[in-house]
Design a protein. Structure first.
Length: 111
């Protein structure tokens, strides 16, 4: 999804997101797809972070935005109504979540 300027130089698409008044994020879009059902999906990363993930999915009815910043241990999740643009943002501190351990696989019963 690069953009070409008047001189033919190509630059990546960037977004500025502000989920909360005091927090702004600069995100670079790395991938995009549009399904036959008009569902738009974009993926990318936060500028200047060694590890981060950004996704946005937009349908006719709703949208979902997720920004995960591993360096800070925070995940931002925004869900909302596409037609009004109104949504709800949540900040999730991954360090406060309980540990998850995988148990041994359980085989289905034999008949």
């Amino acid at each position: 999804m690069p953009v070409e300027d008047n001189n033919g130089a190509v630059s990546p698409t960037k977004l500025v997101l502000s989920f909360f008044q005091e927090k702004g994020f600069h995100v670079q879009i790395d991938s995009q797809s549009i399904s036959s059902d008009n569902i738009y999906s974009f993926g990318g990363h936060q500028d200047g972070r060694s590890v981060s993930t950004f996704t946005i999915t937009i349908t006719d009815a709703a949208y979902l935005i997720t920004l995960q910043d591993i360096d800070s241990g925070l995940t931002y999740r925004v869900t909302g109504n596409t037609s009004t643009g109104i949504g709800q943002a949540k900040e999730i501190d991954l360090r406060l979540l309980p540990s998850v351990y995988d148990s041994a696989p359980i085989a289905p019963p034999v008949r």
